[in-house]
Design a protein around this ligand. Structure first.
Ligand code: ADP
Ligand code: MG
Length: 704
């Protein structure tokens, strides 16, 4: 008992120990300063500069006690990872001594040279300056001797160059619109609606020594060659299996470091694929969850190295084995703690629940292409629709009961009752919903899981920001349309019913509870008119589709100009990724695989000659057959090497039309890479394993 108590205490002390949390602020800030800061955090008001100075000093003192020597504005440029530039707190005095200094100005605003971050044409390189601005809604923390201050990042002219700015705006937008709807339902107490997010993170762990001998993993994060091992994931013996000691040591350290940073890492387990694992945190505000997910990915990589491991966050490190994604669990919550996607106990509560639920349903149906674009990367193309992770077609899993309720609302059959007679729909009464809808469907890209939506399309290496701010944007838009109508209504309940009925009738097509991996669903979705956007190149144009531009403009989240820049950046990323992959493949093919195969072929030839020389007239057909087969595949392999080289040379220039260029990479380069790989993998199965120049799938996946 005593022991338990102790660990509990130390865990208690550990959690958030490196975070300048609310508790720390309360303890260290003068009361008026604390109150002013809280007002800024909760209501988005501007912070008085004098208040900022006091906060800055308190933050620095706290950080120095934690061993920090530097501070950094920590931001999330369009690279998808985080960026930091460290400045020492030290400031020299005239007497040749040093003072520790940190001002409110330095806390609030930074001016990093931003010329090397992607801007998609938003910022001319001669205007290199960018601004970082303190986001006080995500707490500062100490990491590796630096006080990290979460910031938004924008251009000199104020355009967003990062993932946080639109996320914060989208949270304000959805809060505004959701509050309008809540007021109509008679809620007078809530003064903010927060979007909550809990991202489940999948990843692979492999041995560092193996990793070091794979150029493809080093340069591209995924294997570009690799024959299937005799055993894959078919036995499903890895899922939730016992953790290997090395993995478990890694996870323990990861948890502790995350806890120190206030990341509530909660669940960890082995995933379906060999060497694959998952970590899920407790949910937080969308903003903090996004920051925390970035920290999680960073720490996973760093801590893996301490254990002689490498963490692979790529969406598809191994062909033929499940890839990794992120399940972005998303909901809306009032500042007084009411989850708006939680079915209630009274008909009134349930009417409100159905309004919020239906807002999401309609939004997802109307903006499916936008949502799809948030999961579009070169890496994720190997996963979406490849009969494992969700398909590329957006649909919603609602579960039997809710679907039935919506169907009844659609047919306007209020007196109908379903199994057990739980269902009573009248004009003013809505059904009692069961608290727990446990039926789960793991194949759906967007599943309603009882009190939240789980968006399963996002890739494992991606920031969750775009998915979160797009869900926020579309929901805000539909809620605003509902509020426009209901605020004018003279018969609130009838009009709520009408709105729900319209949505159930017009958008029911987005609901699908069956197996999303089946071919039948692909055909069915087509009949329903749902878009099936198979590749990143097809998905990215949604970012600049007029409807989506209008949506973001109207909700004050991103301007046309900013969206255009994101479109360019995403296409550029795609092009660069495939280009690096192609060059890496060529390097491996020419300098590793071909030489190895030639050596083995020479050995076979020597063996044939040696046997013949003995004059015993022994049968050399085994060596001869093998030599012939290897030579044939090798010749084909070499032809594909030349073809790929040629195609890469032919790729249109960088400064042309990015869409055309990206299409070329998908239609020509990727296809040629596939052909080359086929021959390469065939060779791997023919050549003596001692000769094979790199660790195989067996070595990579079954070695820890
Ligand atoms: P699973 O989906 O694996 O069954 P859970 O349903 O318990 O697991 O939760 C998965 C994730 O969803 C966790 O990260 C959890 O914090 C998050 N989550 C739970 N409730 C909410 C909510 N209201 N809003 C956002 N995320 C949530
Ligand atoms: Mg889940």
């Amino acid at each position: 008992m005593h022991k338990n108590h102790e660990t509990e205490n130390s865990l208690h002390e550990l959690f958030g120990s490196n975070v300048f949390s609310d508790a720390v602020m309360k303890e260290r800030l003068p009361k008026p300063t604390y109150n002013a800061l809280k007002k800024t955090i909760n209501e988005g008001l501007d912070l008085d500069p004098s208040v900022a100075d006091v906060v800055a000093i308190a933050m620095m003192d706290w950080a120095l006690e934690k061993g920090a020597t530097h501070f950094t504005h920590w931001f999330q440029p369009m690279t998808g990872i985080t960026a930091e530039k460290h400045d020492a707190f030290i400031s020299p005095t005239a007497e040749g001594k040093a003072l520790m200094e940190f001002s409110g100005k330095e806390l609030i605003k930074g001016e990093p040279d931003a010329s090397s971050f992607p801007s998609g044409g938003l910022r001319a390189t001669f205007e290199a300056r960018g601004y970082t601005a303190w986001d006080c809604t995500s707490p500062a923390f100490v990491k590796d001797g630096s006080l990290c201050i979460p910031t938004a990042f924008c251009s000199y002219t104020g355009e967003a160059l990062d993932k946080k700015t639109p996320l914060l705006s989208s949270m304000e937008a959805i809060s505004r619109q959701a509050l309008r709807v809540l007021r109509l339902f008679g809620n007078t107490t809530a003064n903010k609606v927060i979007t909550t997010v809990g991202p489940e993170q999948e990843y692979f762990l492999i041995d560092k020594r193996m990793y070091d001998r794979r150029k493809d993993l080093i340069f591209t994060g995924r294997t570009l060659f690799g024959a299937k091992p005799p055993k894959g994931q078919e036995l499903e013996d890895h899922y939730f299996g016992t953790l290997k000691e090395r993995v478990s040591a890694f996870m323990k350290e990861l948890d502790e470091e995350l806890w120190r940073l206030g990341v509530a890492a909660k669940t960890k387990h082995n995933e379906v694929a060999p060497a694959q694992h998952e970590l899920a945190p407790l949910f937080a505000t969308a903003n903090i969850a996004t920051d925390h997910n970035q920290l999680t990915m960073e720490l996973m990589k760093k801590i893996a190295l301490r254990h002689g491991l490498v963490c692979l966050l790529h969406e598809k490190p191994f062909a033929g084995v499940n890839g990794s994604g992120k399940h972005v669990n998303w909901s809306m919550m009032t500042n007084d703690g009411q989850n708006l996607l939680e079915p209630g106990r009274t008909p009134h509560e349930n009417a409100q629940f159905l309004v919020f639920l239906c807002a999401v349903i309609r939004g997802v149906d109307e903006y499916a292409d936008l949502l799809r674009s948030t999961a579009a990367t070169a890496g994720n193309d190997h996963r979406l629709g490849a009969s494992e992770a969700p398909p590329a077609i957006i649909s919603i899993f609602l579960g039997g009961q809710l679907t039935e309720i919506l169907e009844q609302i659609a047919t306007g059959c209020p007196a109908c009752s379903s199994q057990g007679g739980v269902l009573k729909i009248g004009v003013t009464t809505l059904p009692d919903l069961p608290k727990d809808s446990t039926d789960r469907n793991r194949t759906s890209p967007l599943a309603f899981t009882g009190n939240k939506f789980e968006f399963r399309m996002v890739g494992s290496s991606a920031s969750i920001a775009a998915a979160a701010f797009s869900l926020n944007a579309i929901t805000a838009e539909i809620l605003s349309q509902m509020a426009d109508r209901l605020e004018k209504s003279t018969s609130f309940e009838t009009d709520v019913q009408k709105i729900l009925q319209e949505i159930a009738r017009n958008h029911g097509r987005i609901i699908f509870n069956g197996n999303n991996y089946s071919d039948a669903w692909v055909a069915e979705a087509e009949k329903r008119g749902l878009p099936n956007i198979r590749s990143t190149v097809d998905a990215i144009p949604a970012i600049i589709a007029e409807r989506n531009l209008l949506l973001f403009e109207k909700q004050g989240i991103l301007s046309r100009h900013e969206m255009q820049s994101r479109y360019e950046i995403n296409l550029e990323n795609y092009i660069k990724t495939i280009n690096i992959e192609a060059l890496t493949m060529l390097d491996m093919a020419k300098r590793q695989i071909l030489p190895a195969v030639i050596k083995f072929a020479a050995l076979l030839a020597d063996s044939i000659n040696a046997v013949k020389k003995t004059g015993v007239n022994a049968d050399t057909s085994a060596q001869e057959d093998l030599l012939k087969e290897i030579s044939t595949v090798m010749a084909s392999f070499k032809r594909h090497v030349s073809a790929l080289e040629k195609i890469v040379r032919q790729a249109p220039s960088r400064n042309g039309n990015s869409y055309k260029q990206a299409s070329f990479y998908r239609d020509e380069v990727l296809v040629e890479m596939g052909d080359l790989r086929k021959d390469g993998d065939k060779l791997e199965t023919l050549v003596d394993e001692e000769f094979w120049p790199m660790p195989t799938y067996e070595d990579l996946l079954f070695n820890i």
